[in-house]
Design a protein around this ligand. Structure first.
Ligand code: SF4
Length: 364
């Protein structure tokens, strides 16, 4: 199958693995900032193929996991309002907030519906003019343009009962925050493929320029990831960090300009609250002045109360790359995908769920 088989070719994969083993001489730490990469790396057994010199860490790349409990609590509080329909992607349903979850709110009688695209949420608003339909907008730069398009669509169609709770996050600012925190010393970064398809590779230039850290934008197939590791090793060994794209079929240096323009038209950059990190200035998106009428946060009066973290859950330090799921005493015991304690075990892209499903020997 074109574009799949050719990126899973075993012979080429072996050549890349051999080359990485041959060139990697010093101990290095690489971090991926994308939940999709975390899953792909585990599913394909990439960690086990790499030499002992290379340590792979996972960063804050799972959109569900990085959503702070205080924000989840807002979504749950909105679900308890009368005449409200909450629309959300599936993973969000089961994520425990401080005291409840959207799933529990639904079981208690709230109208919470899983949608497969944001256009479904607009349709629900169109079909239910007597209800307020709120879409829980989570995700990185990848999803923000489609949410922006849904808001413009609602405006054009005169749908005045559609709202978005914008919990969107931006990738480069959180990379900078992780680097500034200095809790983990990184030598190279595997930059997210889907986010980069929108923003391009230029926004990562500060990483080699200011932090002298190698950067490669990667795709999601085995050869994409192995090639990215190979390029990172090359940059590190030759001490020539730069921003490279190892995912040319998906990413252009300048990104997707129409999508960026759409985002800019509807959203403005704002502070976002990250699980395990806290509020980070200029790392999120909120609706700008022109689209305030669609902003759920400003349109409804809610009091979500004080937020709290699940007892014993270390999702926060896992998202910072400081711990792995194996450091959590609840992992695989009190916390499993069937009975998740924290978001990293709920989301299909969460580190804990990934370790649980694919880390058979937890070789890390
Ligand atoms: Fe939190 Fe469960 Fe992961 Fe532990 S295993 S960090 S409780 S999600």
């Amino acid at each position: 199958m074109k574009f799949i088989d050719e990126y899973r070719n075993q012979e080429l994969g072996k050549k890349l693995v051999d080359r990485i083993h041959h060139h990697s001489t010093k101990p290095i730490k690489l971090m991926e900032f994308c939940g999709g990469h975390t899953v792909a790396i585990f599913k394909q057994g990439i960690r086990q193929l790499l030499p002992k010199t290379i340590e792979m860490l996972s960063g804050p790349g799972c959109p569900v996991c990085v959503t702070a409990n205080s924000d989840l609590d807002k979504a749950i509080a909105l679900a308890h309002l009368p005449n409200v329909i909450i629309t959300t992607f599936g993973d969000m349903l089961r994520v425990p907030g401080s005291y409840s979850s959207l799933q529990l709110a639904k079981a208690e009688g709230s109208d919470v519906r899983v949608v497969y695209s944001v256009q479904d949420a607009v349709s629900i608003a169109r079909d239910n003019p007597d209800k307020s339909v709120i879409f829980i907008g989570i995700g990185f730069e990848t999803t923000a343009p489609t949410i922006a398009a849904s808001i413009q669509q609602a405006e054009q169609e005169g749908i005045d009962n559609y709202y978005v709770l914008s919990l969107h996050k931006l990738c480069p600012p959180i990379m900078k925050t992780i680097l500034d925190m200095g809790e983990v010393r990184l030598d190279g970064i595997i930059c997210p493929g889907h986010v980069s398809a929108i923003i391009g590779s230029h926004p990562y230039q500060f990483i080699p320029d200011d932090y002298v850290i190698a950067c490669v934008v990667s795709g999601f197939e085995p050869l994409d990831i192995l090639l990215s590791v190979d390029r990172l090793v090359n940059q590190i060994e030759t001490e020539q960090p730069e921003v490279e794209i190892a995912y040319r079929r998906g990413v252009k240096p300048e990104g997707n300009q129409p999508a960026l323009k759409l985002m800019d038209t509807v959203f403005e950059v704002s502070t976002a609250n990250w699980r395990g990190i806290g509020p980070v200035p200029s790392s999120g998106l909120r609706l700008n002045q022109e689209y305030q009428q669609f902003d759920a946060e400003n349109s409804f009066d809610i009091d979500p109360g004080l937020s709290r973290e699940p007892e014993g859950c270390i999702c926060g330090s896992i998202l910072r790359g400081v711990s792995t799921p194996l450091d959590c005493k609840l992992f695989g015991k009190a916390c499993t995908p069937v009975r998740p304690v924290g978001p990293c075990m709920v989301s299909s892209e969460g580190s804990c769920a990934t370790y649980y499903h694919y880390g058979a020997d937890y070789g890390g």
